[in-house]
Design a protein around this ligand. Structure first.
Ligand code: SF4
Ligand code: SF3
Length: 521
């Protein structure tokens, strides 16, 4: 096997041998490569024809399946590959597959640029899939998957023209992902309303409950409906936390609070948990003995021997397990990583921009000196303490916007308020980077300047491939001076890094003190 798509890749070079750091086994990794080969075959078959709904769905499922911590089930990956091959044969059996090893073994710059495109497509497919689950699609977004997959399968030499062409596809992936995040924002807010600021308890009330993890709001909504009046409470986990801000989800009184912190802590937070856990997307870790009989998967997530809830979304097995486990005998307080017992969410662009006038005045009269967007994925790397320390050291006249599961490093800190606005405002899941962009654009408009001239710094943490597509969107939008950590991607070659540094001043994090000093002058 060879895989180097995520931040925790072995030695920051690549996972090889019998299994990856994430627990993905060699057989599954090779099956995912074969799946990607088949997707390129399908893209070649479609080649400018109008694809069927079935092709679109298979492309999204296929790419989503290969995201880190989504699918550990070799047989299911192979079954999906066969479906993709059958679809290709039905369209154009002469279209050939591609061998992804041609990318892994290519010149490091070609490998780097094609990896940026491929991993960006994987992240974007997840967002397109969530939008599709709510009935929202965008033909241009869908078409781009075929176009870019076909580009991955083109022979590549190391000429300057080819470097430039692939680089243009890297940025185009960011451009299309912007549209895709916009689509998902529309799908989420039209389906569930504009998020409103909401305080979320971290205490688990006594009695039966279900923990829901991942990003899929549609799955959560269906589970809330099916558990109505059953006496079972529902708790979000990890990236599901922002669900509490949506009016159409928060109206369910049994959506009670949030369980635990970010994904990398699940193996000890789920130890002996008296309740089932439903994974709707990443990040699932290899399950431990003390709770493996309680983990359920749905949608694209899959793991050998766990019960999978199929497309009919009948959650009866999860509900029965919740009643069987019974929950805690009395209220069970839990705490964030800094010891807090509640967290806030719901500051999406619709809500923040309602306060735009007030925020602009606070900037003009010097009460807000700087904005930080501390966003991205959490993970196990020790260097990720940087983000907690950074937030703690920000001066009291600065505002922090958060996104994605990296927020768990800081979301239980109480850093006070500026004129009634909490200093930490959570904008939502990783895909809600769209919200942050809308706020930045509105501020730039109000101050008649570019986003790069705003008193705003993006301090990003990355782990999996959704973070890749978001980074590409920010680069496409021309946003400079982004701080990135905890390490730089193994798939960014020195030459490609040079371009990113030169053109966008993309900067690796150093220490919170040094970075803050430089930013705030
Ligand atoms: Fe390694 Fe990350 Fe790939 Fe898992 S997803 S095999 S940890 S690079
Ligand atoms: Fe987290 Fe896995 Fe990326 Fe959506 S849940 S941000 S890591």
């Amino acid at each position: 096997m060879f895989c180097f798509q995520c931040q925790q890749t072995a030695h920051n070079t690549g996972c090889e041998g019998n299994a990856g750091v994430c627990g993905k086994k060699c057989g599954t990794a090779n099956a995912q490569d074969a799946l990607t080969n088949a997707l390129i075959g399908l893209a070649r078959a479609v080649n400018k024809k109008t694809p069927s709904e079935q092709s679109d769905r298979l492309v999204l499922k296929g790419l989503f399946t290969t995201i880190t911590n989504v699918n550990f089930h070799e047989d299911n990956v192979r079954k999906l590959t066969q479906e993709i091959q059958a679809e290709r044969n039905a369209i154009d059996a002469s279209a050939e597959e591609y061998d992804i090893r041609n990318i892994w073994e290519n010149h490091e710059d070609i490998r780097s640029l094609k990896s940026l495109i491929l991993f960006g497509l994987r992240g974007m497919a997840a967002y397109a899939y969530h939008a599709l689950a709510l009935g929202y699609t965008d033909r241009d977004v869908l078409n781009y998957f075929y176009e870019a997959l076909a580009v991955l399968g083109e022979p590549s030499d190391t000429s300057k023209e080819n470097f430039e062409r692939l680089l243009s596809y890297v940025l185009k992936t960011g451009e299309v992902n912007y549209r895709c995040m916009e689509l998902l924002d529309k799908a989420n807010t039209e389906s569930y309303g504009t998020p409103v600021p909401t305080e979320v308890p971290l205490t688990i009330e006594k009695g039966p409950f279900i923990v829901v993890s991942g990003h899929d709001l549609h799955d959560l909504k269906l589970l809330l409906e099916q558990t109505n009046d059953t006496g079972i409470n529902i708790y979000t986990h990890s990236e599901m936390l922002p669900a509490h801000g949506y009016p159409e989800l928060k109206k369910y009184p049994h959506l009670k609070g949030n369980f635990g912190t970010a994904w990398q802590n699940q193996q000890f937070e789920f130890h002996n948990i008296p309740a089932p856990i439903l994974f709707t997307t990443n990040c699932l870790m290899p399950v431990r003995q003390s709770y493996c009989d309680r983990v359920f998967t749905t949608s694209i997530v899959s793991y050998p021997e766990l019960i999978h809830i199929g497309e009919e979304k009948d959650f009866t097995p999860v509900i029965e397990k919740a009643l069987e486990c019974g929950g805690y005998g009395k209220d069970h307080p839990m705490y964030g990583v800094n010891g807090g017992n509640t967290v806030m969410t719901g500051f999406a662009h619709g809500t923040v921009l309602k306060e735009a006038g007030r925020i602009i005045n606070l900037v003009k009269n010097g009460k807000i000196r700087h904005f930080f967007l501390i966003g991205g994925c959490d993970g196990a790397a020790p260097g990720r303490n940087y983000y907690t320390e950074f937030a703690k050291k920000t001066p009291s006249d600065t505002l922090i916007l958060t996104l994605a599961c990296g927020k768990y490093r800081i979301n239980d800190l109480h850093l006070g308020e500026i004129d009634g606005l909490p200093r930490i405002m959570d904008m939502g899941q990783c895909n809600d980077a769209y919200s942050a962009i809308q706020v930045a654009l509105a501020l730039a408009d109000a101050f008649h300047c570019s986003v790069n001239e705003l008193p705003l710094t993006l301090v990003l943490s990355w782990y999996e491939q959704k973070a890749v597509c978001i980074l590409l969107t920010l680069l496409y939008l021309g946003i400079r001076n982004i701080l990135l950590g905890p390490t730089l991607p193994a798939f960014v070659s020195p030459n490609v890094l040079e371009v990113l540094k030169e053109t966008y001043q993309l900067t690796p994090i150093s220490t919170p003190e040094a970075d803050l000093k430089r930013i705030l002058g």
